[in-house]
Design a protein around this ligand. Sequence first.
Ligand SMILES: NC(=O)c1ccc[n+]([C@@H]2O[C@H](COP(=O)([O-])OP(=O)(O)OC[C@H]3O[C@@H](n4cnc5c(N)ncnc54)[C@H](OP(=O)(O)O)[C@@H]3O)[C@@H](O)[C@H]2O)c1
Length: 302
Amino acid sequence: MRMLQRVAIVGVTGFVGHGLPTLFAEKGIAVTGVSRSANGSLPEVDRWQTPDALDFSGHDAVINLAGEPIDRRWTEKSKRLFHESRVGVTNRVVAALAKLPEHDRPKVLVNASAIGIYGDRGEEILNETACPGSDYLAALCSDWEDAAHDAGSLGVRVVCLRIGVVLGKNGAAFEKLRTIFKLGIGGRLGSGLQWMPWIHVDDLRAAIVHTVLSDSLAGPVNGTAPYPERNRDLTRKFAAALHRPAIFPVPGFVLRLVLGEFSTALLASHRVLPTALDADGFQFRYPTLETALADLVRTSPK
Ligand SMILES: NC(=O)c1ccc[n+]([C@@H]2O[C@H](COP(=O)([O-])OP(=O)(O)OC[C@H]3O[C@@H](n4cnc5c(N)ncnc54)[C@H](OP(=O)(O)O)[C@@H]3O)[C@@H](O)[C@H]2O)c1
């Protein structure tokens, strides 16, 4: 573990990012926030930049969490946005690192990626050595990671965090599922047999801080809890935690009709394990879905 003085967080205003400055402040590390609308709305962020004018001079690490949400219909226009906000922003981050003299260059880049990189893999157990898939999301994530890895040639340690479905208060996944189940219309998606790796947002934020500080981690790192769930079990446990039924399965063809290509992300099976984080000694606070849901239901407004 190294002593850091200042980190920059791109996408700090987002669901995952906005909880990070407090964690760094607790360690005495200052935070520069990067946002298109830098407005000083996070108390622990004392400097702001915009993604089109990046200057990482005086920073020890960069965390890049930028990315337009993909939970909508995938049109050609939205695909361009998904790409620009991930690959485009990452290219700009790496260009800003390249501009600096080596002695002033941040030593580490922790870049978001997603478990979608693996494609639809059925029962196969996926750790960080598994090869990428070939569908749209896998190609997008591969391009995203390639852009981040370009910083490796600058002597920067690069970690690509392959994030699973993040469960947390005010996060899209938890709030959408909660609303559906509270209305009594929740149920498995498609066959329900597909594996869905998830992670509690507190564990993800702690994992981000861990990867920034741990010099032994580099390359792809799965950001998922140690116990992924099949969609049908996730559905059942979610319903039980909310004391609601889970009796309305949504057939795959209906999902495809309503959501178009985005349905592939919900129906694909990713049996992902956090092998690199485990090997590096990272301790999950919420390793099982039951522990995560108990916390989220307890701390969410009714
Ligand atoms: N949440 C999940 O379940 C999940 C799962 C897998 C992977 N991930 C990835 O993890 C990262 C963080 O997720 P999140 O849930 O915190 O996302 P989020 O709430 O949607 O926040 C993403 C941030 O990205 C920035 N952004 C969006 N479009 C941008 C653009 N065109 N240029 C520059 N910045 C842009 C936004 O910042 P400003 O508006 O302030 O500029 C926003 O705060 C994302 O890359 C996401 O794809 C998330």
